[in-house]
Design a protein around this ligand. Structure first.
Ligand SMILES: Cc1cc2nc3c(=O)[nH]c(=O)nc-3n(C[C@H](O)[C@H](O)[C@H](O)COP(=O)(O)OP(=O)(O)OC[C@H]3O[C@@H](n4cnc5c(N)ncnc54)[C@H](O)[C@@H]3O)c2cc1C
Length: 385
């Protein structure tokens, strides 16, 4: 198993880049609800956004383990990978299930930064987590599919050239299993916005560019179907395992950030004539939260290594995301509490990171759904829904 402290070269290089974007940068972007364009551009130019693209297509051919270290370091430096993590995990769907022609067409341009593949559209307003019930339909008409329906919470579409879309191609009543009959497509965002796709931004608690998306007879060329028609749900699960593992790494990064800040503040802040960190009531929760992060970190590496080895990793990816999101949220609480009133002041960045890390108990999959996955698929308990 990987040593959590390895990958020092990657860590050092990402830290050096992140150092050019200090707390004040992310604070300002957050206050303005802006997209961290300069930061994402710098990551792209340095090749980090093409980490998972094979060298043959112009990327650096790194593993998911290494990609997860990149994401961890961004969050550990005080940034928010949520602005760009889609580019990492969406790539897997294309690389593992796209045709040679699709890979040739898109991957070199994504690697060079000419195109961004930041967006993935799965969630719908009326069906939520019950993905196989989604209502968006794609009907084959000659050399193109016609898409009608609606998505919600579709992130980074305003800063992406390409989007991966999950839609139903065979009605539920005509499939043997509800997970069949769903298909994946590559959508050219600019083209789609002029041809039946529209978006409405959603104001939200974090600075996360996310949107409602509407499709009114959007035409997608048939050649943009990824893999075989009807197998999209199976394909997307692969991508989702990568997503969960990367998000686990981001939570780990957040967690270490909270622990670092809490420890530093607890050493500095003098109340009753001594550092507050000298009180066990202050230091024990920090030590406890640190151990939870360290433990979750191990599961993150296990999930990433299984994914890289093309082994089943659904359980590990889900558990890593769950444990890491819980641990980072606990660390966030401890950090805020340690800072007392100053934890609420924007200039300490604790409240910003507190909001950012809270998201990961809900997205990309909520806590209860992971618990039910483990209960049913790992422990063999009866399906609860
Ligand atoms: C900021 C943000 C960005 C996002 N980005 C994207 C994106 O880019 N692309 C995309 O496709 N989606 C995206 N999402 C959607 C996200 O994946 C969903 O919000 C998440 O999966 C939960 O789905 P839901 O909101 O529909 O909740 P629901 O499915 O309505 O569930 C609501 C609550 O009920 C619980 N619940 C539901 N059913 C059960 C059950 N059977 N047993 C126990 N508990 C249950 C859930 O755990 C949850 O807590 C994003 C969401 C947010 C908030």
């Amino acid at each position: 198993m990987s040593n959590p402290h390895s990958h020092e070269e990657i860590r050092d290089a990402v830290r050096a880049l992140c150092a050019q974007f200090p707390d004040a940068y992310f604070r300002e972007v957050d206050a303005e609800r802006a997209y961290p364009e300069a930061f994402v551009e710098a990551l792209t130019r340095a090749g980090w956004m093409a980490a998972l693209i094979p060298e043959a297509y112009g990327g650096s051919g790194l593993s998911l383990v290494e990609a997860s270290v990149i994401m961890e370091e961004i969050n550990r430096a005080g940034g928010n990978s949520g602005a760009c993590h889609g580019q990492m995990y969406n790539m897997n769907t294309l690389m593992r299930h796209g045709s040679d022609a699709q890979k040739q067409r898109y991957l070199p341009k994504i690697a060079s930064g000419e195109l961004r593949l930041q967006s993935m559209a799965v969630t719908e307003p009326t069906t939520g987590t019950d993905t196989t019930q989604l209502k968006t339909r794609a009907v084959l008409c000659g050399d193109h599919y016609v898409v009608t329906g609606q998505k919600v919470w579709i992130s980074r579409i305003q800063h992406s050239d390409l989007m991966i879309l999950l839609a139903r191609t065979t009605p539920l009543g005509e499939v043997r299993k509800r997970s069949e009959g769903l298909s994946l497509f590559i959508v050219d965002v600019v083209d789609a916005l002029a041809n039946g796709m529209s978006i409405r931004p959603i104001d939200n608690m974090v600075n996360h560019e996310t949107n409602e998306v509407f499709f009114e007879e959007l035409k997608i060329p048939a050649e943009n179907l990824i893999g075989e028609e009807g197998k999209g749900f199976k394909y997307i699960l692969d991508g989702l395992n990568a997503e969960r593992t990367l998000i686990a790494a981001e939570c780990i990064g957040d967690g270490y950030w909270f622990i670092d800040r809490a420890s530093a503040y607890a050493k500095d802040r003098i109340v009753f004539g001594r550092p507050i960190g000298q009180n066990q009531g202050v230091q024990f929760p920090i030590a406890d939260a640190y151990m939870e992060i360290r433990a979750a970190d191990l599961m993150r590496f296990q999930a990433a290594e299984l994914f890289d080895a093309h082994q089943p990793c659904g359980a590990e990816a889900n558990m890593a995301k769950h444990l890491a999101a819980k641990a980072s949220w606990e660390a966030a609480n401890v950090c805020l509490q340690t800072h007392g009133g100053f934890g609420f002041a924007n200039e300490y960045d604790v409240e910003r990171k507190f909001r950012e890390t809270r998201l990961y108990q809900v997205a990309p999959i909520s806590t209860n759904l992971i618990l039910s996955y483990v209960a049913e698929h790992v422990l063999g308990l009866p399906r609860s829904f």
